[in-house]
Every structure is written in C-alpha cells, then in structure tokens.
Design a protein around this ligand. Structure first.
Ligand SMILES: Nc1ncnc2c1ncn2[C@@H]1O[C@H](COP(=O)(O)OP(=O)(O)OP(=O)(O)O)[C@@H](O)[C@H]1O
Ligand SMILES: [Mg+2]
Length: 215
C-alpha cells in the first residue's frame, strides 16, 4: 500500500538517505531499526510530507504523494506521531483527541464526535485522564495519547516514531495490545523502535537502516 523508491536526502554536506526503498503491505506492522542518526525519523518526515526528498518517489496505493504538503498527506490517509510527542500540553487529554478528529468542529462538537473521542480515550486506556492537561500526565500516557490522536485522525497508515522508548513496562504492554488491535482493524503500521520484546511481540517485518539505505 506504500512504496518508497530510491529516496535521497542530504542536510548540507551530510548525506542521510542514500537510495532508501521500502514497501509496506496493507494490514501489516513493519519496524524500522537502525543506529542513532541513521535517518529513520527523516524517512518518516519524508513520507508524511514534513521534508521533501532530494530524489526518489513515494506512492500510496499507486498514487504519487512525494511533494504533497503534510496536511494533504494526512488527508490521503497517513497519520503520524512525533518522537518528541508535540501534544498541545496546555489542553486536556480529551481536547487533544478532539483536535485530531477527522472533520473536527472543535468549537461546537456534536454528540457523535464527543462519543468518538470518548471511545478513543477508552481504546488508549486514558478515560480516567480525560480532563487532565496533556502536559501533566506521565510520559508513557503521553505516548498513548499521541497514538490516540493518530486513531482520531482516522488514518489507514500510521507512522509511529519510538512508541515505547523510555516508558514503563505497564504502558509498554498497553501499547503492544493497542498496535496489535489496530492491525486487526486493518490498519497498516510503520514504526521505529529498538525495544527487543516490543519488536518481537508486534512486528510482521523488521527493516534495518544502514548507511542511508533500508536493508
Ligand atoms: N532538519 C534537519 N536539518 C539538519 N540536519 C538534520 C535534520 N533532520 C535530521 N538531521 C540530521 O540527519 C541525521 C539523521 O537524523 P534522524 O533524526 O533521521 O535520525 P534517527 O535515525 O531518527 O535517529 P534517532 O535514533 O536518534 O532518533 C542526523 O545526523 C540529524 O542530525
Ligand atoms: Mg529518530
């Protein structure tokens, strides 16, 4: 459903991606591994339209999306989380989900949207944190919330950057169940992660990034 061909990207003189290619099948979970600075987040930034590659193509279901702006890529059905979270920390957990809802009407949300937001909070185990500020819940709960925002987005492909890095076991187990459930619902996931148990539990396919290419 997603195909990247021969992606090149340099920052100044630093060549980060040097002909990276990959293919994701619908309804699978693929995990991208690789050392610090190997270009994993850069690849997600390119897929999601936050960066333009110097060369190469990105196709979603056979349609070229390579130079689309991030909001267009999102409309096409690709959602993402950020390694540094980027939640609206001064808004509540519930408001963060409302903001991410597809076709949101934030000022006057209708009953269906409120119901949907509450269902998503239940799905990501955050119902009890509904009215707390996103900046005041634990780091693991914030990671769950970023995935909740991706779900609210109604994306068919989720790009998840380090879902369990630096979090406690309890929340890690919740995220394992969550991504497996998303797969069962037919979502496709590309995640970056290093945690061995997490990779083992969730991945259909493990991809290694080395010297700017996906091995
Ligand atoms: N916008 C940018 N401008 C300049 N350099 C950048 C930019 N984004 C990334 N880089 C550089 O590109 C290289 C790859 O960064 P990237 O964030 O993709 O690595 P990563 O594989 O995600 O690493 P990590 O495991 O630490 O998250 C790094 O050397 C980084 O400093
Ligand atoms: Mg990264």
């Amino acid at each position: 459903m997603l195909e990247l061909k021969n992606i090149h990207k340099s920052f100044g003189d630093v060549r980060v991606l040097n002909g990276a290619s990959l293919r994701l099948e619908k309804g699978t979970i693929s995990t991208l591994k690789g050392g610090n600075g190997s270009g994993k987040t850069t690849l997600i930034n390119i897929i999601s339209g936050f960066l333009k590659p110097d060369e190469g193509s990105v196709e979603l279901n056979g349609k070229k999306i390579v130079r689309f702006l991030p909001f267009r890529v999102n409309q096409m059905g690709i959602g993402r989380t950020f390694q540094d979270l980027r939640l609206a920390t001064q808004m509540t957990v519930y408001e963060n989900i409302m903001l991410a809802l597809e076709k949101k009407k934030f000022a006057y949300p209708d009953k269906n949207q409120q119901k949907r937001a509450d269902e998503i909070l239940e799905t990501v185990s955050l119902s009890e944190k509904r009215n707390e500020l996103a900046g005041e819940i634990s780091y693991g709960q914030q990671k769950l919330l970023t995935i909740g925002c991706c779900i609210a987005n109604n994306a068919e492909l989720l790009l998840i950057d380090e879902p369990v890095a630096g979090i406690d076991k309890d929340n890690r187990l919740k995220i394992i169940e969550l991504v497996k459930r998303l797969k069962q619902e037919g979502k496709t996931i590309l995640q970056i992660e290093h945690h061995p148990d997490y990779i083992e539990e969730t991945s259909d396919c493990v991809l290694q990034m080395e010297r700017g290419v996906v091995c």
